[in-house]
Design a protein around this ligand. Structure first.
Ligand SMILES: O=C(O)CCC(=O)C(=O)O
Length: 254
């Protein structure tokens, strides 16, 4: 069993059930508590980021274990009607008896948690860091170099319910992680539209509609609330990110 040390931190609360009535619901706020940054993206979307979730050495021990022992595959997926090889390695772990995960026309084999005890250790640490949260499945990604990436998407598959919580732990090479608000269709009524019939217009994005993080070795990033409904995220190609990065995204199948 790998020996672990986590960074000490205060337990964090979930989305504020009793928000300040004077605050614009679209306004985003940032709060820092004991190593964790809480970013309220507005409208019920929230991101938490802890750069030093796991200690440096434990993170390397996990990295080497995962790199060597996970049965990584690089499947063919279907994106916008086209077949392509997924630009990163993947593996999937889930508790028994839940619906199968299917994304981009691909249904990964679900391995059991019992086959990879260190994954259960990391899951326990994530549960401890996020009191009240529960995860029962895990999608693993391995980026072998700067060409490996994940394009803009939301983890909004039905099996995760309307407000999925995703806890993402990173090991190895640092990579950029971007969040971008989905363009919202606003109905423009006749009065505001010079008397024309109602029409749909797409609201333009501004700076507060984008966020970026550098996901550090041993870090934890959590997306909560309506983040998957209202935002998309990506890990873009980076020529200079030549080394391997492994990422674990813990999810709850409802
Ligand atoms: O590698 C990451 O940090 C993100 C992975 C991701 O977006 C996903 O698995 O859906």
């Amino acid at each position: 069993m790998l020996k672990l040390k986590t960074t000490e931190r205060e337990p964090t609360n979930h989305l504020d059930p009793d928000p300040d009535p004077n605050q614009d619901p679209e306004e985003s706020t940032v709060e820092k508590t004991n190593g964790m940054t809480v970013i309220d993206l507005g409208n019920g979307s929230q991101v938490l980021y802890t750069p030093k979730f796991l200690s440096y050495q434990n993170s390397w021990d996990y990295f080497h274990y995962l790199d060597k022992n996970i049965p990584w595959t690089r499947p063919t997926v279907c994106v916008f009607g086209r077949s392509c090889i997924q630009p990163r390695d993947t593996c999937y772990v889930a508790s028994e008896g839940f619906p199968d995960l299917v994304y981009s026309g691909y249904q990964p084999h679900a391995y059991s948690w019992d086959e990879f005890p260190p994954l259960k250790e990391i899951l326990d640490l994530v549960h401890k860091a996020l009191p009240g949260s529960k995860f029962n499945s895990l999608l693993l990604n391995r980026y072998k170099g700067g060409n490996d990436h994940v394009g803009w998407h939301a983890d909004d598959e039905k099996l995760y319910g309307p407000t999925p919580e995703i806890a993402s732990v990173s090991f190895g090479c640092e990579r950029d992680f971007f969040l971008k608000k989905k363009p919202s269709k606003t109905t423009v009524h006749a009065k505001e539209n010079g008397g024309d019939p109602p029409s749909k217009r797409t609201k333009k994005n501004n700076d507060s509609d984008q966020r970026s993080f550098v996901l550090k070795h041993g870090s934890l990033l959590v997306m909560r609330g309506y983040t998957q409904r209202d935002w998309v995220h990506s890990v873009p190609k980076r020529v200079k990110a030549a080394a391997v990065r492994i990422n674990l995204t813990f999810r709850l199948i409802c």
